[in-house]
Design a binder for this molecule. Structure first.
Ligand code: SF4
Length: 453
């Protein structure tokens, strides 16, 4: 059989990525002023990848079948494909629906958690929406021996047949994602550590997040609230596999909260150190999981960059979001220790939170400058369909196009702030954070160090 993975996106002048925001995706539109536009181009050129799930599926199918990955809805490979697989997202929702309509004569499996949330939009005569983690479905289907044309066609007549393929899979049993094939035609752009290496392999060590911010976050929708981890041996095996296959020593851990399981993280770091893997990697984690021991160990294992959610400097705003956080002094202390140890920190802030005012947002921007992190990101609070908080905002949503729900636009009528005001505050946040002597000196020092050390 021949499968075409058809991964479509709208035309935008900023980065669009479906792997982030729990598979809903994000579109990094930093704003309309010159500096924001330059940032849009920089990030679009430097960082890009498809959803990891789809690369797992590609590996599973490739065992016995042909798989072609494409971003063009008119790709000639589609003509003789037996089945299409279309990864869903909120950031490309309308484009995906248009594509489904254009390919009425094809049988299409739609994957990704967003198509489960908006099932009525994705369910058509010629589509089957795969539930939850779609790699689990395809893995079980392949293992059952039913991954053949006849059975797949019968699913389109009776979609309930998919229900038998959801038994939990030990994460070690999945094949490694199909990056080798993908990177032949599309650049795996992950050039955010410095100037020396251009790509980094995305890697998933754990799935799931139990934190209280599931109220507004989409990761628990996609992966559940229970943490599931691959064995240390399996992760190390994958690292060595990519080192040997494509000579890549740089990795991006895409776990929602890396180091959530302390013992597992310590074992993984020790194994990386003991086996002298000599890698560089980045993670996203919670500041609460970092202390002297972890900072030292992670640095020795090769940690270069860490993303941490700060969200807001205001406790009322944070409490309303049900965001568990640590005190300001402690945040400063941990970030400083990381930066002093040579681990770059990127703090992530959200503006336009339900209780935000212009004053609280300006205070968060000031706080971001006070914190000693090299980088900061300011996105916009987005009530996503499917999250618990969505019910509170449903009636206030004033943006119809779901592709605009990219985490960088205000999509609801905020009680204190207009969309224009949020747009200005977002743009000015980036200018205030990056365009000052202290930051320019800090960034230059980092780039010179990474170039020559
Ligand atoms: S820590 Fe909160 S924001 Fe981060 S993945 Fe978990 S639920 Fe989402």
């Amino acid at each position: 059989m021949k499968f075409v993975i058809l991964d479509v996106y709208p035309q935008e002048n900023h980065r669009l990525i479906k792997d982030t925001a729990g598979g809903y995706g994000t579109g990094n539109n930093f704003g309309k002023n010159l500096f924001s536009k330059l940032l849009n181009v920089y990030v679009d050129n430097k960082i890009g990848m498809p959803a990891m799930e789809i690369m797992y599926i590609s590996s599973i199918l490739k065992k016995d079948h042909k798989v072609h990955y494409s971003r063009k809805f008119d790709d000639p490979e589609i003509i003789d494909a037996d089945f299409i697989i279309l990864p869903s997202s909120i950031i490309a929702h309308e484009t995906e629906i248009n594509t489904l309509e254009k390919l009425k004569d094809k049988r299409i499996f739609v994957t990704g958690i967003f198509s489960n949330i908006l099932k009525d939009k994705y369910e058509k005569k010629n589509t089957v929406v795969i539930k939850n983690e779609s790699d689990t479905f395809f893995y079980n289907l392949q293992k059952s021996g039913k991954l053949n044309t006849e059975f797949l066609l019968s699913i389109f007549d009776d979609p309930k047949l998919i229900n038998q393929f959801y038994s939990p899979v030990n994460l070690d049993d999945f094949p490694f994602p199909d990056w080798k094939n993908y990177s032949k035609n599309y650049p795996l752009r992950n050039d955010f550590f410095g100037l020396k290496e251009k790509i980094a392999i995305p890697i998933l060590a754990t799935r799931g997040c139990p934190y209280s911010c599931f109220n507004y976050c989409t990761y628990p929708l996609q992966q559940g609230r229970k943490v599931r981890a691959r064995s240390v041996q399996n992760i190390v095996e994958e690292i060595k596999y990519w080192q040997n296959k494509i000579g890549c020593n740089k990795f991006v851990f895409r776990d929602p909260v890396f180091s959530i399981n302390r013992k597992h993280t310590i074992n993984l770091c020790n194994e990386i150190i003991n086996q002298k893997l000599n890698i560089k990697f980045m993670v996203e984690t919670h500041l609460n999981n970092m202390d002297d021991e972890m900072i030292k160990l992670l640095k020795n294992a090769g940690l270069e960059l860490i993303y941490v959610g700060v969200e807001s400097s205001n406790h009322v705003v944070l409490e309303d979001m049900k965001r568990f956080t640590i005190e300001h002094d402690k945040q400063y202390e941990i970030i400083k220790k990381c930066e002093d140890a040579g681990i770059i920190v990127k703090t992530m802030f959200i503006i336009g939170n339900p209780e935000d005012t212009e004053e609280t947002i300006n205070a968060s921007i000031q706080y971001s400058k006070y914190l000693p992190s090299l980088y900061a990101q300011f996105s916009v609070f987005t009530p996503y369909p499917g999250t618990p908080v969505y019910g509170d905002f449903k009636e206030l949503i004033n943006v119809k196009e779901l592709e605009k729900f990219n985490q960088y636009n205000l999509v609801f009528k905020h009680k204190n702030l207009s969309a224009e005001k949020i747009e200005k505050l977002k743009s000015s946040a980036y200018i205030k954070f990056y365009l000052n002597f202290k930051k320019i000196f800090q960034v230059l020092r980092y780039f010179l160090r990474s170039k020559y050390v």
